[in-house]
Design a protein around this ligand. Sequence first.
Ligand SMILES: [Mg+2]
Length: 345
Amino acid sequence: MLTSESSVLKILLVDDSASHRMVLAAELDAMGHDTVEADCAEDALRLYKLERPDIVLMDVEMPGHNGHWAAHQIRLSDPEAWTPIIFLSGLARDDDLAAGIDAGGDDYLFKPVSPVVLQAKLRAMQRLRALSQQLLTLTDQLRASNADLQELSLRDPLTGLTNRRGLDIRLDEELRAARREKLPLTVLLLDVDNFKLYNDTAGHLQGDDCLRRIGQLLAGTCRRPRDLAARFGGEEFVILLPGTSHSGAMLFAKALRRTVHQLALPHPAHGGERCVTISGGISTAVPDGNSTIESLLSRADAALYTAKSLGRDRFFCFETQTDTTTGVAEAANYDRDKGSSADLF
Ligand SMILES: [Mg+2]
């Protein structure tokens, strides 16, 4: 990378005339630069890719492809980078100069080239290239900062889990994927039982700590690459299980409930005699054209409500009409008013 105008340049010198090349190479050598020589457009392209020169001095008229072609190919081969290309030509018409710039060249020198003018042009190009590289470095840094910001904007600072915004993005992606692949998608909406009481008794800082512990536990249960634990808001969390059927989701929920029991976080409202528990609603569907994020979430929310009304510390699930993966009739027939305990645990 060029850092100052005085550094040694690696210059790709392209000219079909051996004598022209010899004279120019000697001049460049006297200026302290390194030269790589090509005698045709094809070789110029090959050596450009191989040698990664700082500047290209390109003859225009050559047998076969001309210098404009070579410049165009160089630009096509390396759209991200910018390496100055200066044309050398015996042609002195305005049209030729314009054609050279159109082909991707940056400047034009007419033969015979004056060493003083050549040196001045090289310095100017060197300065521009240094600026261009600073810009590229800044662009890279900006890109990295943006990626960090994007990552931060999708993360819940308290628990470190994906936040609501990140969840919405993933839900949308997973819903589309499940629809396309005709696979079930499971959404678990869960919350910490009696959490308001927890906060009122132990204070919000301790409450935050409880949410952090539960968040860590949920993150630990998501072992497959596409499983996701997210903080939905307050003491509510969502677990997304792509490719998971109704029965698989029930097994997962049972294991999750057991793990929370094993964590044995004392609930301050009961003098430490009871532990923190969670309740959840499960919504599983093979999404069709009518399925939406809202319908999945509201189905899970209704199931969570039922789990709560049945006494908490449990997960509840009833089938959606689009769920084709199981035939758990009891769950589908669950009557909230009558309080059937079908499909509960
Ligand atoms: Mg020529």
